[in-house]
Design a protein around this ligand. Structure first.
Ligand SMILES: Cc1cc2nc3c(=O)[nH]c(=O)nc-3n(C[C@H](O)[C@H](O)[C@H](O)COP(=O)(O)OP(=O)(O)OC[C@H]3O[C@@H](n4cnc5c(N)ncnc54)[C@H](O)[C@@H]3O)c2cc1C
Length: 437
């Protein structure tokens, strides 16, 4: 074991996602870029590729570019937890937008969860997709009561299957006494996120989409003749009738309007060394995805082969050194599983998720440019689903409509791309977590 000062990073430790072992990143492609296309998509994650799949299958020539290798962003480095993903609860949305809109927003989250299973099956994507359920652990007795109330007061017509697990029975779900019981949502699922991304990429290429990594979009303007746009890239200008921005947590000054409405939050993961099949499965016997009620979130699971723990959380706002974030995450993991105290870290990595002031994704069109972004840390199902809807919107199809295109996408005064307000918010949320509120 370990050669670093924390004693936790194993020899051969990698600063890259565990998922890239099975699905390595493709080398940069030297492909020539076309001078013009019907649809140019910036960003090659789930959003960009799902939108591109639609536009190419709808008969429009489509090019996807990415600064890095295809899928380099969140879409190949996430935890692979597949959920409904809409953060604000019904009451909050009802207060802001009325009951009908609140209902439809939550339905979109539910649709996204059922849609992704169908999509993976239809496209025959081999990515360890499994409807395994999610255990939502209560970090205090008060939070357990809150989960119980949430279950009892589910809004009519939005009821989803869920059941409580009291603390006395919790070991059937997870080998820890850290939680005071929890809630199981059996419809939630798991996936190998990079294999899933690769599957969409393969289908996109088969459908005629050109996907080119190592190309940055640097400027965007309307074409002089008013027909479409010219996108300046690190490899020359490209003319496009339609432009789709799918950059979420990596949104930059290329699109200042979107940059003022989505902010990046660092989130971190580690993979433990191989624990052996039995030891791995003993930690989470039902093989569920795990999250808990703390506002400074942790999320974790075992690897698809059941031999490692893949543990994620927000241990910093912007630390980019995985050798620093890995040992910090390890501490959070061993608070839950003290039995892993001596277990080393083989992989540690991070990414920036796109967050919005409304805590919800947004999609639509601004100044003629299409966009979908801001999944607030829950984008496996939502980015794929809204990317698909957006592609349908580009094609002018009725089925692309979503209530989330109608909601205002707001910014805050003085926010221009550097989220100065985050450390105060995180400090406040951390205090609430410690008080158990
Ligand atoms: C560590 C981690 C764990 C997570 N865990 C989960 C989870 O368990 N469940 C869940 O639902 N969600 C999770 N998420 C969130 C989820 O992965 C994202 O919401 C989703 O992948 C977003 O997809 P996307 O296509 O919109 O963006 P991304 O996949 O981030 O893709 C954006 C791409 O845009 C490219 N780009 C940016 N600017 C330019 C430019 N100017 N020119 C060219 N290319 C550009 C970037 O290089 C990047 O590849 C996690 C995220 C992280 C980082």
């Amino acid at each position: 074991m370990a050669s670093d000062h924390s004693g936790l990073l194993t020899p051969g430790f990698k600063e890259s996602p565990y998922w890239w072992e099975r699905t390595p990143r493709a080398p940069e492609s030297p492909t020539d870029l076309p001078a013009s296309v019907d649809v140019l998509v910036v960003g090659s994650g789930y959003t960009g590729l799902c939108a591109a799949l639609q536009t190419a299958r709808g008969g429009r020539s489509t090019l996807v570019i990415d600064t890095h290798e295809p899928g380099w962003g969140c879409s190949s480095r996430n935890g692979g937890q597949v959920s409904t993903g809409i953060k604000p609860d019904f009451a909050e949305l009802e207060k802001a937008h009325g009951a009908t809109t609140a209902m439809e927003v939550h339905r979109e989250g539910q649709r996204a969860l059922s849609w992704i299973g169908d999509f993976i099956a239809q496209e025959q994507i081999d990515c360890d997709y499994r409807v395994c359920g999610r255990f939502y652990g209560a970090h205090t007795p008060a939070q357990y009561d809150k989960l119980a109330r949430k279950l009892e007061t589910q809004p009519v017509d939005l009821e989803t299957e869920a059941f409580l697990v009291p603390r006395a029975e919790q070991q059937s779900e997870i080998a820890t006494d850290f939680y005071h019981g929890g809630l199981v949502e059996p419809r939630h699922a798991s996936v190998d996120p990079a294999a899933y991304h690769q599957g969409i990429l393969d289908r996109a290429l088969e459908s005629g989409v050109a996907v080119v990594g190592g190309v940055s979009a640097t400027a965007l303007r309307r074409a002089r003749d008013g027909a479409g746009f010219v996108v300046e890239t690190s490899r020359g200008p490209i003319r496009a009738e339609d432009v789709v921005i799918a950059t979420s947590g990596y949104t930059s000054g290329l699109t200042p309007w979107q940059q003022r409405r989505v902010f990046p939050i660092g989130t971190y993961m580690l993979a433990t060394e191989d624990l052996g099949h039995d030891a791995g499965r003993a930690l989470i016997p039902g093989d569920r995805m795990i999250v808990d009620t703390r506002r400074i979130v942790v999320y974790y699971r075992t690897s698809p082969d059941g031999r490692r723990v893949l543990f994620g959380g927000r241990v910093s706002l912007n630390e980019t050194d995985p050798r620093v974030s890995g040992p910090r995450l390890h501490k959070h993991m061993t608070a839950i599983f003290p039995q892993l105290g001596q277990v080393g870290i083989t992989h540690s990595w991070m990414g920036f998720v796109g967050w919005t002031f409304q805590h919800m994704p947004h999609l639509g069109r601004h100044d003629g440019v299409w966009y979908a972004m801001g999944y607030c840390g829950s984008g496996v199902a939502l980015a794929s689903y809204f990317g698909t809807r957006l592609g349908q919107q580009v094609l002018g199809l009725e089925e692309g409509r979503s209530i989330l295109s109608n909601l205002p996408f707001r910014t805050r005064p003085l926010y221009y791309g550097k989220p100065w307000f985050l450390s105060a918010s995180v400090g406040w949320y951390g205090l609430l977590d410690r008080l158990g509120i």
